[in-house]
Design a binder for this molecule. Structure first.
Ligand SMILES: N[C@@H](CCC(=O)N[C@@H](CS)C(=O)NCC(=O)O)C(=O)O
Length: 201
């Protein structure tokens, strides 16, 4: 397998999950600062021009939830998802919230051009980032993060996904003192060998 990623982005979740599986894989760093995600070569891999993208023997997978789910089912020995169907659905409920709401809220900081054309609109969107992200993460602390991991005692693919987005909070202007459970989760993640390897890229 070959993972196209950038550890400053949401692709960090897939990179950590790959390391958690213990599988052998190749990584290719996509230089977002240099807009490498828009190069004709990369658009041939992911026409959406986003990271991550995972090349498998069967074909290419994009979208974090799909990549994480693929890794968890391909490497069951790593026990990265609950086997109980209800708990599995709850984990996916959380992952879907991260993908469809939390990540999209964050994107309003640097990617306002997706939703508007005027500089004043971008400024207005940026002005809401800290409040939006804080509210999302307060809900996560209240409703989802069971501790020590998202799903309780079982570490799952929801954990690297949460961790990757948590790393953006300070830059988004969120006061981490307001999020003690997230702070604890991030500290526990930072202790994992897979996370250390992923961040060493
Ligand atoms: N829904 C996708 C979103 C991927 C995404 O937006 N990746 C961002 C980095 S966090 C990206 O590649 N942005 C480059 C761009 O917008 O040009 C997923 O969850 O994988």
């Amino acid at each position: 397998m070959k993972l196209y990623h950038n550890p400053q982005t949401i692709a960090l979740a897939s990179l950590i999950a790959m390391h958690e599986t213990g599988a052998k894989f190749e990584t290719i760093l996509v230089d977002i600062g240099a807009a490498a995600q828009q190069s004709p070569e990369y658009l041939g891999i992911n026409p959406k021009g986003r990271v991550p993208a995972l090349i498998t023997d069967n074909g290419i997978i994009t979208e974090t939830i799909a990549i994480l789910g693929y890794l968890a089912t391909m490497f069951p020995a790593a026990k990265l998802t609950p086997t109980d169907p209800y708990q599995f659905a709850k984990m996916q409920e959380f992952n879907s919230y991260l993908a469809s709401t939390v990540h999209v809220n964050h994107a309003h900081k640097l990617r306002g051009g997706r939703w508007a054309t005027q500089e004043s609109s971008f400024n207005d969107m940026r002005a809401k980032i800290a409040q939006n992200m804080l509210e999302c993460f307060q809900l996560i602390e209240r409703e989802y993060l069971r501790g020590p991991w998202v799903m309780g005692n079982q570490y799952t693919i929801a954990d690297p996904y949460l961790f990757a987005i948590s790393r953006w909070l300070t830059g988004d202007g969120v006061d981490m003192n307001a999020l003690p459970a997230i702070t604890k989760h991030s500290a526990a993640m930072n202790e994992r060998a897979a996370v250390k390897r992923a961040l060493a890229v």
